[in-house]
Design a binder for this molecule. Sequence first.
Ligand SMILES: Nc1nc2c(ncn2[C@@H]2O[C@H](COP(=O)(O)OP(=O)(O)OP(=O)(O)O)[C@@H](O)[C@H]2O)c(=O)[nH]1
Length: 393
Amino acid sequence: MKLAMIGFGQAGGKIVDRFLDYDDRTGSGIVRAAIAVNSAKADLMGLDNIPQENRVLIGQARVKGHGVGADNELGAEVAEEDIDEVQNAIDQIPTHEVDAFLIVSGMGGGTGSGGAPVLAKHLKRIYTIPVYGLGVLPGTDEGGIYTLNAARSFQTFVREVDNLLVFDNDSWRQTGESVEGGYEQINEEIVRRFGILFGAGEVGDGQEVAESVVDSSEIINTLSGGGVSTVGYASEEVELSSGGGLLSRFTGDDGGSDDDLDAANTTNRITSLVRKAALGRLTLPCEIEGTERALLVLSGPPEYLNRKGIERGRKWLEEETGSMEVRGGDFPREEPEVAAAILLSGVTNVPRIKRLQQVAIEAQDNIDDIQQESEENLEELVEDDEDELEPLF
Ligand SMILES: Nc1nc2c(ncn2[C@@H]2O[C@H](COP(=O)(O)OP(=O)(O)OP(=O)(O)O)[C@@H](O)[C@H]2O)c(=O)[nH]1
C-alpha cells in the first residue's frame, strides 16, 4: 500500500523519518511521499531523511519558530492559519499514486495534537482517498498537560480521520526507564509493526507473489468503518534456505512424510504466532473481544508460509474477536524470520481510552464549573446592582 505520510509535530516527524529509513532498509516501498510539519524550527532541522523541501514550518508569525510549548489550542490555531503552506507541500505529491494519507502525531504535545486533526479535516474535504491517523499517546508520567492534550485531541482526531491507529507510549516503556530514554526502540517497534501491515501487497519486481495476497483494498476495507485500531505482532527466527526451500534441510528417505512433517510444523508455527500476536502486547492494549474487523498478515520466506496455517489463524481470530470480518493473507519476504502482524480495527474495550475520556469529562466539568461560577458571580453582581439601583426608580 502506498502512503503519503505527514508527520505533525516532533514525534510525528521523527516517526515518519524513521519510516523512510525502514523503507530504505527493507525495500518495502510504502512511503510514496513524506512531509514534516512543525511550529519548532529546531525539530524540523533535526530530521535525517525527510527532504528539506518537504519540511513545513507553521506559526512563524505567532511563535517565531520556537514551538507552541504544549499549548494545543495554539497548535490548532497556527495549523488553521497556515494550512495553505501545508497544502503547498502536499500539492507536490503525486496523490494519484497514493492509496491513502497517514497523519502521524504525538497526542500529548501542542503542535501535533492541535494540528493533526485540523489537517485531517482539511484533507478529507479535498481528497477522496482515505485519511488515516497514527496517534501516539503520552506516558502517564509525563504530566497533566500531556494527558489533558491527549484527552482532548484524541476525541477530535478520531472523529476527523477514517481510522485512528494508536500507539500507547505508556505501555511500551521498559520498567524504570523514562519514555524519552526509550524512543529509539519505541519508534523502531512502531515502524516494524505498521511497516509490515502497510507493506503487505507491495510486492516488488522479482519478489515472490504471495499465495493469498493481501492487497491495499483489504487493508482499506479493514480500516473502513472508522474507530480506533491497534496492532499485535509476534515473530520467530527461521533459517533462510537457498533454492531447495525448507525441504532441502531434511534428508530422510521418505520424502512424503518429511513433506507432511514440514507442512505440520509450518502450520503450527503460524497458528502459535497468531495467538502470540493477538494475546501479547498490542500497540494499544485492549480486550480483543468485540473487535469489529481484523486483518492478519503473515510475513516470511515463502517456504515457511502456508494457506492452511493462515486459514487456521484467521478462524481462531474470528472466534476470539467475535468478528465475522477477519481477513488474512501472506507477505513473502526473504528475511530470516516468520512474523504475524494483526490489525484489530474498531476496538471497543480499551481501558486507556476510557481513562482519557474520563480526564476529558473532568476537564470539561471543571470548565463548566468555572463558567457556572463566573455566571453566578455575574448574576450576583447584576442583582447587587439592581438592589442598589432599586431606590432610584
Ligand atoms: N513514540 C514516540 N513518542 C514521542 C517521540 N517524541 C515525543 N514523543 C511523545 O510525543 C508527545 C510530545 O509531542 P511532541 O510531538 O514532542 O510535541 P509537538 O507536537 O511537537 O508540540 P510542541 O512541542 O508542544 O510544540 C509526548 O507525549 C511524548 O511522549 C518519539 O520520538 N517517539
